[in-house]
Design a protein around this ligand. Sequence first.
Ligand code: NI
Length: 391
Amino acid sequence: MFQDASQIQDSPLFAELVAIRRDLHAHPELSWHEQRTAAQVRAWLDRLGIPHRHGIAGTGIIADLPGGNGPRVALRADMDALPVQEETGVPFASQTPGVMHACGHDAHTTMLLGAAALLVEDRELPAPVRLIFQPAEEAGAGASAMMAEGALDGVAMIFGGHVDRHFAAGTIAVTDGPVNASSDSFTIRITGRGGHAARPHETVDAVVVGSLLVMALQTIVSREVNPASPSVVTVGRFDAGSAHNVIAGQAMLEGSIRAQDATVRVALQKSVERIARSIGQLHGAQIEFSIGQGTPPLVNPPECTAIARRAAAAAVGLERVTRMDLASMGGEDFSYFLEQVPGCYVRFGTATEGVEQFPAHSSKFNIDEQALAVGAAFFHAVARAAGQATI
Ligand code: NI
């Protein structure tokens, strides 16, 4: 038995999902601290009689549902919130000062709990289904930590999704190819020779070296990368100096590298290092360089995207299935799962017509709760569609 999103919205389950989402929203928890959220998830799974393991990678939960002989399908939701002071003014606003579900992970968790209620009633599941409730997506580290504890063992395909204000509530955007960029950081420490502002010839000015470096780094994307391949090099931090009449001997630059293609990602990292070292050499400054490897690009393979598109059509009707025209340059740690098994990451529309939409991570971020029914229906549908597939 299958209910589409509008049937779910008219059912008693929907009111329960709205209540869960508002409860989670009022009690947000930062990455790695999702204890209360995990307890709410477990209570719901217990009520449904779904066996599960908890304490995976800290607060993560894995629930397994039986099914037919098809390939095991995993469905993933993230649970963490952000260090943001909420300013929505909604009655269920965060009760924790400085912490807010400003990225909609409260909705993702609720959607998967809704799917759990639908899946447990489904006697015709073609394959076993695994529900993965993940900590610390915002830290970019929860997915890999759960995989290290076996979250993908025996899993053939994995599906997930994110709420998105760019699409109308009731729609699902299913897109093959890149949908999120990689997100790496870099740190460059410049050591020159400090001295008196009036005697530059006695110094190696770390501010001048750093300034040249900031400008030179901008030529990587403009001159070295194929313009058809979206990429970003941003210097977000430049620390140097102590007084107006002192030439700084030290400077530190921190920045972010984004790419939608794994090869371009590696090339960007190498270029940043090469330019940093070369400019240091040019001016006789010492350069220390380090990369913080972050999330890989999220690229949806076409076979699984086709499965997700069929499931989306079953959930909301084909006319409400759309696609992203441009990939996000933001990172998403679901990409670690897709490095191990095929799958697809979709977008659930949350925009209400006539209501101003605020971006994710904003203090005024909110969603149209119709998306809860859409997400629950999609996860149920994709478990069915993927369980029948052979890829
Ligand atoms: Ni998010």
